[in-house]
Design a binder for this molecule. Sequence first.
Ligand code: HEC
Ligand code: HEC
Length: 329
Amino acid sequence: MKKKSAIMPVLLMAVSLVAVISLVFLFTGTNVKNEEAAPPTGNENSDENATESTDGVIAHNPPSLDDVPEGPEGEAILRGYELTNDTSNVLRAEAASVEDGIARVNGLSCTSCHAGAGMDETVSSMVGVSAVYPMYIGRSGQMVTLEERINGCMVRSMNGQKFAADDEDLDAMVAYLTYISEGIPVGADIPWRHQNNMEDVPTPSVEDGEALYAQSCIACHAGDGAGIGSNTGPALWGEESFNDGAGIARISKMAGYIQKNMPVGAADSLTDQEAADLAAFILMQDRPEWANHDKDWPNGGRPNDIMTKDVRDQLKDGSMTWDEVLSKN
Ligand code: HEC
Ligand code: HEC
């Protein structure tokens, strides 16, 4: 009798421990599985699938750059910050020749779209990215690492060249992005990610967009779209801007970005119609072309609203309508 009653609590404890451990495995196991198996959904937003939700709201609170550790790790973080905040100037200054610099990167910085070097909560913040990559991306049709995602913006948004896999600058950017993601749990559902998208874009008027541009945007982005500086008014079209393979070359993303963030100082002041008109006007202008459109979306789900040269030409000659561009595929 004595023996039995001593064993019972121990047994109970062992059983509950096993239960807790298997629950933990069950949950983490499910997380990993779902993310890996996430299929291309084929809708407008299928380039990046949401990560698993976790309980509780996550705060956007990146650590200060004043607190980076001493030594090589801290140096890498600060180098990564420079590269992110002043991409074009840093990479072009260090290129072997002016021509090499121009081939390496356009006139933008990551900050041109990810304001504050990715630390501004509302303007495509990059806080938390190291906690959600690798992830499945429909445009690539595969799991993509953070390094590959950075290179995705290098060859599209920056209309430039990839970092080699062993480039120290790539490591520095990852070190920086990991630093600003401190405290964000792996696989977290991050509320500030991917907010710059307009679900239902109204049929735009390029003419109205042009008039509004002259009124509200020209002071910082210039009449020819070339802008006044990568972090003060970046190039919206032309040779120094993003190519037509960039995410923001889709009218749904451009309209969403404009409405949520522009004009600087008066975000959220434009109606859906105004943001759509502006997006249409900007994306009807000439810009560098992405050479590999045919390799994107290998598993299907290619959106219709990518503003390639071909689409622009067809809109101009009337063989395509805006409603076709905006139709869900
Ligand atoms: C012309 C605009 C533009 C520029 C410049 C740009 N990006 Fe992006 N980037 C985007 C858009 C649009 C997305 C998609 C996110 C969204 O829909 O909000 C994105 C996504 C990302 C993501 C994934 C974010 C996530 O939460 O999944 C990373 C990482 C990233 N960019 C890094 C960079 C880096 C590093 C640079 C500079 C070398 C850069 N980007 C320059 C527009 C840009
Ligand atoms: C006061 C200056 C200012 C005004 C006015 C302004 N912008 Fe911007 N714009 C910026 C800055 C600075 C950035 C870089 C991101 C940031 O800091 O938010 C930017 C970024 C952008 C981007 C993404 C980067 C790129 O190169 O494509 C777009 C698109 C854009 N602005 C469109 C507009 C439109 C449309 C208007 C008019 C409604 C406008 N902006 C008015 C300063 C301005």
